[in-house]
Design a protein around this ligand. Structure first.
Ligand code: NDP
Length: 465
């Protein structure tokens, strides 16, 4: 049997669901296929369950800190299965909402795998149905990458499995130095596991501002997270209930679990892309132009399967913009400048715009303003942990080009600051804004003195007297 739609979406994650819903709201006849649970990586096995685990991991600090404020929290005990059950219940609730949004917008749902069978044809694998569509949108996302040449790869987990472990590991080795590696290292450490982070480079979080990278490294070490740099995992063996890990530098260590967080791969395999002539980028992702168009005129792609900016809000915007352009009265394009992002470690990172290194490469001269301080709460709590705030300013235009925070609520602070930066705020605009006292982010409107590298002052300032 053959049916026909204006739009067929493959993949019901953040980008696909948004595109389907918006296209349907414009009156298009829309169908969507999903082989797994509805909601995609973010809702089912990414941002949302991760943030719930982050919240759980922070209670250990809360209990510790409360004593400084007169509380006696006794001997708090943590139960992993209870957390996982509560998390699963919430994810189940959200999945129902995702399906409901599609149904209430009149989108036809196929809960099975779909592959391309032509420029305007999709084949449903289980039912064997063939469906015609004016346009096809591929929004199949990505999945964790594990190097197949790793000896003992069958003994490791990825973030997918980390959300469903039967028990909290007593100890865990986490490989990688990006978002997922540092977030899970922080989660497991907060919940009481002994954590070792193994990273192939010199410093975690490549691409982030150096002060954030160094600041988080220092705090991780203080929190008892071991960091092994310039090393990778060469072999994992299962010995009884334990994993024996051999590193490229020869170190051997035992742990209850080994988690690979070494990047993600776009889900392009077995979709029939080559058969219809869709060009892939060298990364294996689907190559698209600024309007999400692939090399086949009727086929489009958004989100992580295109491996551009792999963030949920970006996929959502790309899906929305595609649907408006294809079926709405007015088209628009996604604005990729100043995308704020958070790393949900404890403490967390919030960042928007250019790092100091990137700004130095882009502008003739830059001004740096930064401060590091012990937040008010940490003083009574007796917690030796400082917050870092940093502004990177283009010296010529005085526009704020980068804003970085390492400390509590960093993501919340940076989301709002990103609005100002997208409006082209200058350092003067920040200075003119009244402080909200007492808060941490008031530092951003009270930073007066340019930061100079140690030793630089003598060269810049005239001699005294
Ligand atoms: P990232 O790209 O952030 O990090 C991958 C890490 O693995 C890097 O440290 C990389 O090293 C290392 N690596 C890559 N290949 C190998 C290898 N073969 N052997 C050893 N190490 C390797 O990927 P993640 O998986 O952490 O996250 C994927 C994406 O998901 C992120 O880029 C981000 O866009 C998104 N994400 C966003 C989150 C958020 O917004 N809070 C949370 C989680 C994910 P090197 O630095 O040397 O390349």
């Amino acid at each position: 049997m053959s049916t026909s739609y204006d739009l067929f979406v493959i993949g019901a994650g953040s980008g696909g669901v948004r595109a389907a819903r918006i296209a349907a709201s414009h009156g298009a006849r829309v169908a969507i296929a999903e082989e797994d649970r509805f909601g995609g990586t973010c809702v089912i096995r990414g941002c949302v369950p991760k943030k719930l685990l982050v919240y759980a991991s922070r209670f250990s600090d809360e209990f510790d800190d409360s004593a400084g404020f007169g509380w006696n929290p006794g001997q708090p005990a943590f139960d992993w299965p209870s957390l996982i059950a509560a998390k699963d219940k919430e994810i189940g609730r959200l999945e129902v909402i995702y399906r409901g949004v599609l149904e209430s917008n009149g989108v036809k749902i196929f809960a099975e795998r779909a592959v391309l069978a032509g420029a305007n044809t999709v084949r449903l694998v289980r039912s064997g149905q063939t469906i015609m569509a004016g346009k096809i949108l591929i929004a199949t996302g990505g999945r964790p990458f594990v190097d197949k040449s790793l000896k003992g790869a069958e003994h490791v987990i990825t973030s997918n499995e980390a959300f469903h472990l039967d028990a909290l590991p007593e100890s865990i080795v986490v490989a990688g130095g990006g978002y997922i590696a540092v977030e899970f290292a922080s989660i497991f450490a907060g919940l009481g596991a002994k954590v070792t982070l193994v990273y192939r480079g010199e410093k975690i979080l490549r691409g982030f501002d150096e002060d954030l990278r160094e600041g988080l490294t220092e705090i991780f070490l203080k929190r008892g997270i071991a960091i092994v740099t310039k090393a990778t995992i060469s072999r994992v063996e299962r010995i009884g209930g334990k994993r024996r890990v051999t590193l490229s530098n020869g170190t051997v260590m035992d742990a209850s679990q080994v988690m690979m967080a070494t990047g993600r791969t776009p889900n392009t395999a077995g979709l029939g892309l080559e058969d219809v002539g869709i060009v892939l980028a060298s990364s294996g992702a689907i190559a698209v132009d600024d309007e999400a168009a692939t090399s086949v005129p009727s086929i489009y792609a958004v989100g992580d399967v295109t491996d551009r900016v792999n963030l949920t809000p970006v996929a959502i915007r790309e899906g929305h913009a595609f649907a408006d352009r294809a079926f709405g009265p007015k088209g628009w394009s996604v604005h990729y400048e100043n995308i704020p992002t958070g790393v949900f470690t404890t403490p967390e990172i919030g960042t928007v715009g250019l790092s100091e290194t990137q700004a130095r490469a882009k502008f003739n001269a830059i001004d740096i303003y930064k401060t590091s301080f012990r937040p008010m709460r940490n003083i009574l709590a007796g917690r030796d942990q400082r917050t870092l705030m940093k502004l990177v300013v283009d010296a010529k235009t005085q526009r704020v080009a980068g804003l970085h925070v390492l400390g509590p609520d960093a993501a919340e602070i940076v989301q709002m600051a990103a609005i100002a930066m997208n409006m082209g705020a200058t350092k003067g605009d920040f200075d003119r804004t009244m402080a909200l006292h007492p808060s941490a982010s008031e530092e951003f409107v009270t930073l007066r003195d340019k930061w100079m590298a140690p030793g630089a002052a003598a060269a810049v300032l005239p001699p005294r007297g």
